[in-house]
Design a protein around this ligand. Sequence first.
Ligand code: NAI
Length: 347
Amino acid sequence: MTARRTHTVTLIPGDGIGPEVTKAVVEVLEAAGRQTGVAFAWHSFAAGAEAFAQSGSYIPRELYDSIASTRVALKGPVTTPVGGGFASINVTLRKEFELYANFRPVKNLPGLATRYPGLDLIIVRENMEDLYAGLEHVVVPGVVQALKIITEKGSTRIARFAFNYARKHGRKKVHAIHKANIMKLSDGLFLSCCRKVHEEFPEVAYHEHIVDNTCMQLVMNPYQYDILLTENLYGDILSDLCSAFVGGLGLVPGANLGDACAIFEAVHGSAPDIAGKNLANPTALLQSAVLMLRHLDESEMADRVQAALEAVYTDGRHLTGDVGGRAGTQEFADAVVAALEALPAAS
Ligand code: NAI
């Protein structure tokens, strides 16, 4: 089918497994685009250590300019040095473009045996504040202070995002996750904002759970949750925990959303232990791309990519090692493209 529409998208392949999973996802999107009359103009940029080696900056000016103009990016993981070194590229981009909502659906794929079949929950994580504000300093040698920033504005808008999503998509419950028994002022403010926003959404049930208890409750019975509304750090940790319920980090997608721009990326990192070995599972980035297609109003294409992905899982012969298969990244991507071609023709 000849292209009827072209989307210009900023592409950040990232490092570690990033280039492998990004290549796989771009191949699938281009195949789905050929079927549905959608073309992509990819503006591709390095970020992090690779960008520094090429251009002398960790996030090149052209990358900022590209996201400001395309307003949508698909991003692979970028390694962040532990301890010293440069600031996280992810955190920097989220702050620069005010991507205040991190949206992470945790859902089982068909055909994959997991401990919690049929699980379908969403993590809505505040994406700019908390200990991720990056405000740390040495008070005196041997004593370091890190500032946990929680604001009324930030807490109110992430709570409104979660409740709005629940209303729009018929979700029944929001649980605010906190540690306000200890952090009475900061987590206390977060909770008071959540309670206030809840008053505007009486049809959505609202509960509060303390974060340590939430970890236990999640492992015992994750079905009790629908939307988990969290500050930045708790959401980061709970995302990896919840990914294990549906098969691991190779599967769970994410979207960083602001009022002007959006960056779509998997929950997982650069996985240096398997990088460059054709072992990585591109499903998490592919499902992030499906979220991107819905954001771009390409719902038919999004449905087709999701259907092809699910067909590959149902079939089970071309899965990657992290979910019990023997296929490499490329074989998996080829299987998704073949499954797209086996679908009935697009309208
Ligand atoms: P990680 O998510 O990269 O890896 C954790 C474990 O999950 C590893 O055993 C890895 O092999 C496995 N895994 C992750 N993604 C997978 C996939 N697609 N397919 C199969 N297995 C997969 O977490 P880790 O090791 O803590 O972090 C590595 C680096 O990534 C760090 O520098 C960290 O800062 C960075 N990172 C970057 C993120 C981003 O760019 N959005 C997010 C999280 C971490």
